[in-house]
Design a protein. Structure first.
Length: 113
């Protein structure tokens, strides 16, 4: 059974930065696309960014130029570096492993002064 364990959320002021991490168990990580989603209470889960197994990245328009998704296959870890955070970035962030359809537990990001 694959598990995705997230860390790195918290409270940050507008304009600040946070890095989220998601560590996957199992051996299929390196062959899987990995995605970050976010969800605000009462709203649908929103796609944020994806990195495929070859390292190609895509982003939703609202985070382009501010967020960076990356992966370290040696550590079975995907990251989301978030810079210039805005109040509208506040949400619970989830990582998702496409291979096998596995989700992380979610981590809260709060952007507030």
């Amino acid at each position: 059974q694959v598990q995705l364990v997230q860390s790195g959320g918290g409270l940050v002021q507008p304009g600040g930065s946070l890095t989220l991490s998601c560590v996957a168990s199992g051996s299929i990580f390196r062959n899987s696309a990995m995605t970050w989603y976010r969800q605000v209470p009462g709203k649908k889960r929103e796609w944020v960014a994806t990195i495929n197994s070859g390292g190609i990245t895509t982003y939703t328009n609202s985070v382009k130029g501010r967020f960076t998704i990356s992966r370290d296959n040696a550590k079975n870890t995907v990251y989301l570096q978030m810079n210039s955070l805005k109040p509208e970035d506040a949400a619970v962030y989830y990582c998702w492993q496409m291979a096998g359809n596995y989700w992380g537990q979610g981590t809260q990001v709060t952007v507030s002064s």
